[in-house]
Design a protein around this ligand. Structure first.
Ligand code: GRF
Length: 217
């Protein structure tokens, strides 16, 4: 079966990009990365893609007059590279509705909170300020509203006494890195669909094998 061609959008260190690169390099993984786009020339993820021999484009939002023009440029590059599916992996720009509609049910994002709680930025600081006992991450299809869209999978971690933004973020990132390649595999295998804005897994998916619930940490 042909591999699903991914476009990965980044702005930063690219640790989620790295786990996708690593997964795609394993035998039988049903996806491959056709293109990485960074809106920042300084993003650490660029070197990760280059080291793996994956095409990278730096498209700075600052070079465009508006959001739509910037998004159009990204869309053009994604299509030219043959990308069929978009993974947002620490991409820090808000996308235009037009771009999001073009990739409807073909674009996912990893967000460092248990959505719908803590949309937006500074999720860990806000969770710590609220004293919540559990935090986590969410992989979801992208819709025009910020950090909205059908939830595909979530992983939960405990908030521990003495946690800082850094320690909590690190604990959550461990789970992000398990979740992203696991779910992209299922998507590429056609086992994740959206029905009435709810995600439905194929009948043959063993949900017990997925990092969907509170893991031991
Ligand atoms: C992750 O924590 C992700 O949840 C958020 O941005 C961060 C990206 O980290 N959307 P990295 O660039 O993948 O290391």
């Amino acid at each position: 079966m042909a591999k699903l061609k991914l476009g990965v959008l980044i702005s930063g260190s690219g640790t989620n990009l790295q786990v996708l690169i690593d997964a795609c390099a394993t035998a039988g993984y049903p996806a491959e990365i056709a293109l990485v786009i960074s809106n920042k020339a300084t993003a650490g993820g660029i070197a990760r893609a280059e080291a793996a021999g994956i095409p990278v484009k730096v498209i700075s939002h600052k070079d465009f007059d508006g959001r739509e023009a910037f998004d159009d440029a990204m869309h053009t590059e994604l299509v030219a590279a043959g990308a069929e599916f978009v993974c947002l992996a620490g991409f820090m720009r808000i996308l235009s509705d037009h771009f999001i509609e073009r990739w409807h049910d073909r674009m996912v994002n990893i967000h460092p909170s248990l959505l719908p709680s803590y949309k937006g930025l500074n999720t860990h600081a806000r969770a710590l300020a609220d004293g919540v006992r559990f935090a986590g991450c969410t992989l979801h299809f992208v819709r025009p509203a910020l950090d909205d869209g059908p939830i595909i999978a979530q992983a939960v971690v405990p908030v521990l006494q003495g946690d800082t933004v850094e320690t909590l973020a690190a604990r959550i990132q461990v789970q992000e890195h398990k979740l992203y390649p696991t779910i992209v595999r299922l998507i590429a295998e056609g086992k994740v669909t959206v029905d009435g804005e709810k995600v439905v897994y194929g009948a043959d998916v063993d949900l017990g094998q997925l990092p969907l619930s509170s893991p031991a940490v």
